[in-house]
Design a protein around this ligand. Structure first.
Ligand code: NAD
Length: 311
């Protein structure tokens, strides 16, 4: 495994990070014993960055991860979130920040969270996030309960604006830097890099689209994007390349991203994704993938309130 420093923090993240949304059942039913083996396999192989949220499985992901990490908490850089609690339930108030952190500490069975992220901020009020949420998280930081403070969401322009104005430590972006969609560097990377802010990239498989099983039923991408994803998977399989390995490698090659978070619940997924570390993505194959993706280039979906959404 390789490790990269996160922005101006003293956190070192494994280049492959363990996304725990599927651990909350967000991608369907799972075998819990196998998921626990996957967590331990990941740690054994040097994957040290773990990301969860109260939202994933409505606290279930945090509960499960906290239990699975017992005895190994000191081996990992643990990230969770505040602000999003259900599909349409958001609260970015200072009061909820404080109670949410305490609840997460309990569920995660730890006395500190390494990185706390205001979750999907495009559903909140932008000025509240800047003037209330992030300052409340900074106050919690002073107590030692959290070490660093970040934001996450889909619309890149809003993330860039809030990152700079609220002076956060990290931005977690998802579905904007992978084989299907690559506008991260147009809107966000130069801004965070200029300010020494960390950057984590999530969903290298475009939330399941770039897998043989395809997108989960709730996936918000337009059908044409899902169809393009299926064609990319077919192309890679015809070339005897495992889709997740190629997709993850593409994200790992980014020069500034500290860690790429991929959701995993089986040891096979962990083992397969680790192969991306030594894989080389052939430029000719990438050009073929680009040709398949070209008709849907830059296509995302609306997220958040209309004034915050990019689409
Ligand atoms: P992803 O693109 O990582 O895809 C996950 C899906 O792919 C799951 O169904 C998983 O079981 C499957 N998968 C993983 N490896 C595989 C393999 N080798 N072969 C076949 N299938 C494989 O999407 P994600 O999990 O949503 O994103 C990664 C993580 O990033 C999340 O778990 C979460 O921690 C974080 N995230 C955060 C936000 C946010 O803050 N707003 C948004 C998205 C993701």
């Amino acid at each position: 495994m390789e490790y990269r420093r996160l922005g101006s923090t003293d956190l070192k993240l494994s280049k492959i990070g363990f996304g725990a949304a599927p651990l909350g059942g967000e991608y369907g039913a799972l075998d819990l014993a196998e998921a626990e083996r996957a967590v331990h396999k990941a740690i054994d192989e040097g994957i040290t960055f773990f990301d969860t949220a109260p939202y994933y499985g409505r606290t279930v992901s945090e509960e499960r991860l906290g239990k699975m990490l017992e005895g190994r908490r000191d081996k990992v850089v643990l990230a969770t979130k505040i602000g999003r609690y259900d599909k349409a339930s958001f609260d970015f108030s200072a009061e909820r920040v404080r109670t949410s952190v305490d609840e997460s500490l309990q569920r995660l069975r730890t006395d500190h969270i390494d990185l706390i992220t205001a979750h999907d901020i495009e559903f909140g009020d932008r000025e509240q996030v800047i003037n209330e949420t992030i300052p409340a998280l900074r106050a919690v930081q002073k107590t030692g309960k959290v070490r660093y403070v970040g934001i996450s969401g889909l619309p890149l322009r809003m993330l860039a604006d809030v990152a700079v104005r609220a002076r956060v430590d990290n931005v977690l972006s998802y579905c904007h830097y992978n084989l299907l969609l690559r506008d991260l560097d147009t809107y966000l990377t130069p801004v965070v890099e200029a300010h020494g802010i960390g950057l984590v990239n999530a969903s290298p498989l475009h939330m399941g689209v770039l897998t043989a099983q395809g997108a989960p039923p709730w996936h918000p991408a337009p059908d044409v994007v899902k169809e393009a994803g299926r064609k990319v998977v077919d192309l890679l399989e015809r070339r005897d390349v495992y889709p997740a390995v190629a997709a993850l490698r593409f994200s790992l090659d980014h020069p500034y991203i500290s860690s790429t978070l991929v959701g995993m619940v089986t040891t096979l997924e962990v083992e397969t994704n680790l192969k991306a570390m030594d894989f080389k993505l052939d430029p000719a194959l990438l050009a073929e993938i680009d040709a398949v993706v070209d008709p849907v280039k830059g296509m995302s979906w609306p997220s958040g309130t209309p004034d915050n959404s990019d689409v």
